[in-house]
Write a protein that binds this ligand. Sequence first.
Ligand code: G1P
Length: 907
Amino acid sequence: MNPVKPWSFTGSDGSFHLEDPHKTSYLYFPLVNEAGLMSAVTPDLHGDAKADQHTFLLAPESLEDLHNSRSARNFWLYAEEAKTAWSVTGNSAAQISATDPEKVSLDAGFLWHTLTRENAKLGLRAVVTSIVPASPDQVELTKVVITNISNHALTITPTAALPLYGRSADNLRDHRNVTSLLHRARCTKFGVQVRPVMAFDERGHHPNAITYTAIGAEGDGCPPVGFFPAVEDFIGEGGTLDWPAAVVQPIRECQPAGTTLDGYETIGALRFKQVSLVPGESRSYVLAMAVLQPETNQAEDHLVKTYLSDAQFAAHLDATKAFWTAQLSTFGAQTGDPQFDMWLKWVAVQPILRRLYGCSFLPAHDYGRGGRGWRDLWQDILALMLMETGPVDQLLFSNFAGIRLDGSNATIIGSRPGEFKADRNNIPRVWMDHGLWPLMTTSLYIDQSGDLNFLLRQAAYFKDSHTHRCQQTDFAWTAASGTIQQIQGGEIFEGTVLEHFLIQHLTAFFHVGEHNNILLEGADWNDGMDMAHHRGESVAFTQFYAANLRQLSQLAKDLQASGIEEVDLLQELLPLLDTLGNPVDYENIPAKQGRLAHYFNQVAGTISGKKIRVSLNALAADLQVKADWLMAHLRAQEYIQNAEGYHWFNGYYNDDGERLEGDHPQGMRMTLSGQVFALMGGIATDEQAREVLRAADHYLFDDKVGGYRLNTNFHELLLNMGRCFGYAYGHKENGAMFSHMAVMFAYALYQRGFTQEAFKALNAIYAQSANFAVSRMYPGIPEYFSERGRGMYPYLTGSASWYLLTIITQVFGVRGNRGNLTLAPMLLKEQFDQQGDAALTTLFAGRKLRVAYHNPHGLEYGSYNIQKVTINGKEISGEGAKEVILPRKLITDLPAGELHQIDVTLG
Ligand code: G1P
């Protein structure tokens, strides 16, 4: 067997080349635009295209459909001399079973996808380029160039075949046939349009005004000669989409423009005129598939004029490349490993992809109905904040309106920033970790911007029928009441961003289970820990809350230092700031629960709206006491040891109130989550941190799957813990190397000064991703690696944001410090290039900076200090420390819109 050839980068812009892409299953590539068309294309042009859950242009495809379905984009040639049909995408029954290999390769970049396929016997080469242009239209374009590579003239009859699904994803199983009866198709001059008269979906039956279209022209703009709009006519009786009668028997007559077809499955099958090509001659075709929304008034002639020629396609290809290049121009790294630097660019595009696709619309992500979850919303902003220009504070701020007064939050998130919806399905669920991500992200924002006053901005609260963290219902609430918390009399209630944080963290602090850790509720970050909602506790995320309480205390102190003495807080909240009035014994679990129950009762309906002035000093002290108590509690109670002499932090209690981790008759039990936040939050002492790392290395690290696994093998279906224990071991949330947690582990290790170990964790993920023969994925970071090491759920994963955050703020140590710029590199010797240089391009204070570290003596981390710093050649400081802090003004004084060079000499 030939060895698998890996992809390789072909330049410095992230473009890559892969031989035989069709010999790897499950590969797909994202094509998307800001107008909202979301496509996926595979090496044989499978993958779907859609605008949302109810507007699928091509039939929805999940992973298994990529090889199972015959309903892919296709472009056929009937080779008259050879008397056979040939699919330029390789998607024909004859090619799939052929013994003569065709030469196939893939080239791709930001964000374009080109396949080249040659059949030496037929003497034909096809180059097929796909884009979703960076334009205001929901359109996908394909250009096909056919070349005669034989030494004699060839006659070909081309036919494009684009199966138009044109309805809701729900109709795939629910009324697939009945909804085709709603279709009204028409052949136009350039293609086939279908407009269903009605749509059947979760909103009920209603008139439809969306049109789906597939059109095409020769490169010079010449229209097709005819059409086969009905799938059943195109395939013929007994035929299939991978051996369609209309193509394999070219005598079939096509229909002229003007033909209508009512009530059938439709296909944009476009017959082009027969052509003869002399040796070396080429002919090109441009195809466009689009969703025409009623309000955008896009008619076919607009699409034809804008897209359907060689010249137009070339212009859109260039514009699309330029768009993505500009998006990514604010981030880049140059290290000793150029392949890593290029790979990182593909990681950098991922948070943007998740903003555009949500968590639902690529083949592996075959769940959800579009949109993102609460957690993802905040985490994606982390990277967007470091990469995207524009008013990030507004994006951040708008999300605070999703927080409820009981500390939980809306879970149905609309597509516009700050749009939160009531839970129509009435399946209330609370993830206990949700309350801590907004502070995590806002802290980064405040550090990057110095905008401490952000904490004082006034935001509304979310309200629906769910109260008491979804344990009770407010029957007085109806859909007509709206989704904004009101005070008696109907006025909207608002509070500061700081107050929102306090509500999230104080409610969590008091919401404890029988071991005095915060209750797990519906789940935590690990969505799979979802079956312990009575007695389960998440120690892992209690650690995170403890660190956040300390952080909140610090923010209150900083506000005070900026000259603000007092803040107004919701009166009902005061009892939770117990040290200010009537203290609660934190060891007394019922007392804590009682205090919280009282608060929940107070805020279940409309509220008084009364505010109480609280001194920031007292507030900071209260939060500090709580943080200290919680940390001491965790250190004393949850730091465990096993018979083999390893120590680490227990991460969970199950629904029977039993500790999850430690020695067990079925085998040793340990989770990574329990360790990550113990390190990150400073719960683990330095000594404990070393022990935790020793245990993680022993029990969780596995090179073959790309690093630290999420847990050891529990060898048991834990129905008192969560569905993830139903997954076979080594998959997804049951013990895979789950990138997000592993990257957060690396981040925590950097924070604690374990630089070598942190690099090992980060590098293992990169090495595994780039090991194509095993990972079988394009460049980028996957959600996890399967037990066999295959990269799973590529592109849409929060780990990408964290990977970038770690590279920028830890590895290169370029980070904000209450608005000032810290430079504190943690680069290892091997991360510098041969000249001893390593550089990062990033955004700070709206300025594009290139921070170049020079390590002329090739020193290892730990033995170098910062000797000299210059900005655009001008010396700023010469120190001798591990880090320098550059005042913000030094940066903001630099002209915007240019790239500025900061040189840092290490010695
Ligand atoms: C996915 C979800 C994320 C969740 C995680 C673990 O991870 O999107 O919200 O916390 O699974 O269950 P991702 O790879 O997207 O970060």
